[in-house]
Design a protein around this ligand. Structure first.
Ligand code: SF4
Length: 371
């Protein structure tokens, strides 16, 4: 489900115990929130990176990659100065590589056009190339405390269930949901009166914490198929309590793919044959992969490795063949795609590898984890 954010005004006040909802949700979040490296961070750039990575990628995968990415590009200026291939190499395995390209492009835009200063409001952030409503609202609220709701698939599900609203994917339905989400966001904490020692209270980012709490509730309690209502902090206020029907997901397709793993010795090291995908490819443009093989080239051969790999809504059964299978396979790499390069094994970590290539090379211990 697409992530959105909203700054829209509310058409009609919500008939709902908003204050009780905020209070219960906030108390639960402070006690039960998962400790994630981007929580409590007030650096807009770091939050931006985490939010882009979290789109379409599981939290467990993002945790390690987020640290690696920020270790290499600790500031927006460092990212903007990097070559796009370096950025793609660090994104390898996260999938949806367009996200990395757009992040890099937007960072360059901020440095070039805005003097390196990341905008602080959702409306301004949306003017950056590739930054949509969801990301803009997330950065503005989590980093800068703007009172703006984030609306991702998890938040949308919580809202529909709590308020007992029917799912409505029309533009009007989405606007209505965005307006409802906005009404639940608390205002920023008041600044302390001069001389009063309650600066800590004012330092709490109430809009940001609320948004995080909504996302956390959807991700850990109000689950799509089997919500854990008995553990839910807002069960007493919820209109549906698990009775809300969630639309079924699109079924996964199954496909088969065969790839060549060709290795050669160079001095004391090993080199791997890799192919760069065309820059204009609709999927994984410019990424580097193990050369694909047509079905007739591998007929009757036993693969060196068989594995499963999912890309968006497709489950691939992948077989990896080596020259050791007894036939020269390199000649079967399709003629129009022969952008082939031998790459030293110790330099694989600097390549913009596809997730599948990375998985195979790690599994066969040709590449080291964290390389
Ligand atoms: Fe979701 Fe159940 Fe909580 Fe309602 S009570 S918000 S359905 S987990």
């Amino acid at each position: 489900m697409a992530r959105r954010g909203t700054t829209e005004t509310t058409p009609a006040p919500l008939r709902f115990p908003v204050m009780a909802f905020r209070g219960r949700l906030g108390a639960w979040y402070r006690r039960h929130a998962r400790k994630l490296p981007w929580r409590g961070v007030q650096d807009g750039y770091a939050i931006w990176v985490s939010e882009v990575m979290l789109q379409q990628t599981r939290v467990a995968t993002v945790i390690e990659r987020y640290r690696e990415f920020l270790g290499r590009f600790p500031t927006l200026a460092a990212l903007a100065a990097a070559d796009v291939d370096q950025v793609l190499a660090l994104w390898s395995g996260l999938g949806y590589y367009r996200r990395a390209r757009m992040l890099h492009r937007a960072a360059q835009f901020v440095v070039r056009e805005l003097g390196g200063e990341l905008p602080r409001t959702a409306a301004q952030l949306r003017t950056l190339p590739g930054v949509g409503g969801y990301t803009a609202a997330a950065i503005a609220s989590l980093a800068f405390g703007e009172r703006v709701a984030v609306l991702d698939g998890n938040v949308e599900r919580v809202l529909l269930r709590v308020l007992g609203e029917a799912e409505d994917n029309s533009a009007a339905g989405q606007r209505r949901l965005a307006a409802l989400a906005q009404q639940l966001v608390p205002p920023p904490a008041k600044a302390p009166k001069p001389g009063r020692p309650d600066g800590a209270a004012a330092a709490v980012n109430r809009p940001g914490d609320h948004n995080q709490a909504m996302m956390e509730l959807g991700a850990t309690v109000c689950l799509p198929r089997a919500p854990l209502c008995l553990q839910c902090p807002v069960m007493a206020l919820c209109k549906t309590r698990g009775e809300h029907i969630t639309a079924p997901r699109a079924p996964m397709k199954s496909r088969y793919a065969a790839h060549l793993l060709a290795l050669r010795k160079r001095g004391v090291g090993t080199e791997v044959l890799l192919e760069q995908r065309p820059g204009e490819a609709s999927l994984m443009a410019g990424m580097v992969e193990l050369p694909p093989l047509p079905a007739d080239a591998i007929e009757g051969l036993e693969p060196a490795l068989r594995l499963r790999h999912a890309i968006t809504t497709t489950n691939y059964l992948v077989e990896i063949f080596t020259e050791a299978a007894g036939r020269s396979l390199q000649q079967h790499v399709p003629a129009e795609r022969r952008d082939l390069h031998w790459v030293a094994a110790e330099r694989l970590g600097q390549q913009p590898l596809t997730g599948l290539a990375r998985k195979v090379l790690l599994k066969l211990k040709i590449m080291e984890r964290g390389q």
